[in-house]
Design a protein around this ligand. Sequence first.
Ligand SMILES: [Zn+2]
Length: 349
Amino acid sequence: MIPEKIIDTHMHIEAWENDEYSFIDCFEGHRELSPLASLNICCLSASQKGVVNNIMAGLYKLAHPNTYIHGALDHFILPITEEVEEGTDLVTQYRELMEIGFDGIKLIEGKPTALKPLGGNLNHVALDKAYAEMEKDGTHIVFHINDPQYFWERPNSDGWYYGDGTYPTYDQIQRQAYALFEAHPRLKATLAHFFFCGETPEIVEELFAKYPNLCVDLTPGCEMYHSFEANHAYYKEFFKRNSERILLGTDGTFPWSTKSHVWCMGILYDFIATTKQNMAFDDEILTGLGIDGIEKENILWRNFERRVGEKPKEINKDALIAYYEKYKRYMSKDTIERLSPYLKKYLGV
Ligand SMILES: [Zn+2]
């Protein structure tokens, strides 16, 4: 049991059910047992279409209103183009999500596996227009850009390998990100997984100095924890100095078990708030930084509340129904059947 307030700011739903429960309650065990003050679901266009994942998150929030949700933008035509069906451009999708009651936006578009089919350009004009709107509104973004450098070097146990010449390189993606920040200097983005810069924290610190609204999160990524451990004293000072720029999340994904989410949150808490040694994410030793006081609270929950809101927004049911009606033509029959009992129960349609 974690003895103080904490928010899991980065979680995903990638299944309808596991052996024990359905998606509609999938993080409630984690909420109760960790325990969490709140949690944030980041939607993806992955195993479901983004629009489907967004609707699932909206339903989750209706069932459990103390839940933050970050919506995904969907790309119905690949590679990315401005020539889309009327009313399905990214700015319109973004506006719809805000009206439904999403608390922010999740962008996976900078992950090599997502960026490649999009056409490899994170600054495509269609995306750029959406960034501009989010920047103007001060909307929080959980932004996945890049991946661990060794994914380009050798095939690894997670199955990611980008070294076959068909993916943009680590450096190319990083440069695209710099151009993006330069074009949108007030973008309120939290770069997931420490922007994959565990070996080059000076890059993160330069970005912090230049762009006041940029933060990073600590979702593992085993490799960044190796860097934190190898440079323990340096990182202790880094985390204290930058405590207003760091957020905590597990990347906990349904259908994984409640136990795995609780375990991960426990390790993260111990790493920030205690000096305990644990076997961390790949059975390597991780020594707690022992950060205290307001600096600790910033990382555990204050930064997220400051950036996203002290309470999750309410769901606008009519807007969620309209969204479903609009996008159901992109869904399979099976998806519509699976959604149907939840739509009936929570939206009366
Ligand atoms: Zn994630």
